[in-house]
Design a protein around this ligand. Structure first.
Ligand code: ZN
Length: 265
């Protein structure tokens, strides 16, 4: 199954869902996000699917949200309109990946930035190629409070999350592995095979047992307040879209970022 922006392949018990805007570094426009959510929903309902891989076609996993589309279609949004758009497509779609009842692996190469970082870190496991890098520079470029889902401290530790967000730094695949955010780093040419091998290994486990294990593991973060913290940050992020700092940087930042092909919020 495929459409414009998403390609889905069934590889035995593994469903591989690939972002497919390689010419735009898999920048996430509205259609891509809607299609990704629909592909995941189909994989959720299909009992033959035991494990899902989320990948990106081309040289990069994803450069983040599509800034050009954001500027054209949503620059004049009211608070209410932006809230509705970002709650559904950025927050709810991400939480559905987190809560997906089967293991999900992110297969990451090249840029994994802002909205791309958010999606990859909703997955249970991350396999990265040695050329992969992670960043969330939107605080630096647009004065927003990170991206919509503040998964950062939960997957990289508080100290590193602060450095990462305050500086807008790039985190290499190797460093991401050292801090426990990435499971495996492999040469670029081995990325697909290594990710599929991990997925096939996981798919050998009984599916209901896996589902229960995932539920329990994720609940270990729920009892620490994960969901409340993520929900509270979404509100804070929305506030940061309305500040004078944001307004001053928005046009300049967006056009700069568009020129660089970088990500948006
Ligand atoms: Zn936002």
């Amino acid at each position: 199954m495929s459409n414009d922006y998403i390609v889905t392949e069934q590889l035995g018990p593994v469903c591989k869902i690939s972002l497919n805007r390689p010419g735009q570094r898999n920048a996430q426009n509205q259609q891509l996000l809607d299609d990704l959510d629909a592909a995941l929903e189909a994989a959720r309902k299909d009992d033959s699917v035991r494990v899902v891989i989320i990948a990106g076609n081309g040289d990069h996993f994803s450069a983040g949200h599509d800034l050009k589309e954001a500027q054209e279609k949503r620059a004049g949004f009211t608070v209410e309109q932006r809230w509705a758009y970002e709650e559904l497509r950025y927050f709810d779609y991400c939480i559905r990946i987190w809560d997906f009842p089967k293991p999900v692996i992110a297969q990451v190469q090249g840029a994994c930035v802002a909205g791309g970082f958010m999606i990859a870190n909703m997955c249970d496991l991350i396999v990265a190629s040695d050329d992969a890098f992670f960043s969330d520079p939107v605080g630096q470029t647009l004065a927003t409070s990170a991206v919509e889902v503040l998964i950062h401290p939960w997957v990289m530790g508080l100290r590193k999350a602060k450095e990462f967000l305050y500086t807008g730094m790039r985190l290499s695949a190797q460093e991401a592995k050292e801090i426990g955010m990435v499971n495996r780093v492999v040469p670029r040419v081995e990325l697909e095979a290594a990710t599929l091998a991990m997925a096939e290994r996981i798919a050998q486990a009984a599916p209901f047992g896996l589902k229960l294990t995932k539920k329990s593991l994720n609940r270990s973060l729920d009892v620490q307040g994960l969901r409340t913290a993520l929900s509270a940050h979404f509100d804070t992020h929305q506030l940061s879209h309305m500040t004078e700092e944001f307004k001053a940087l928005r046009d300049q930042g967006l056009s700069k970022a568009i020129q660089k092909g970088a990500s948006s919020v």
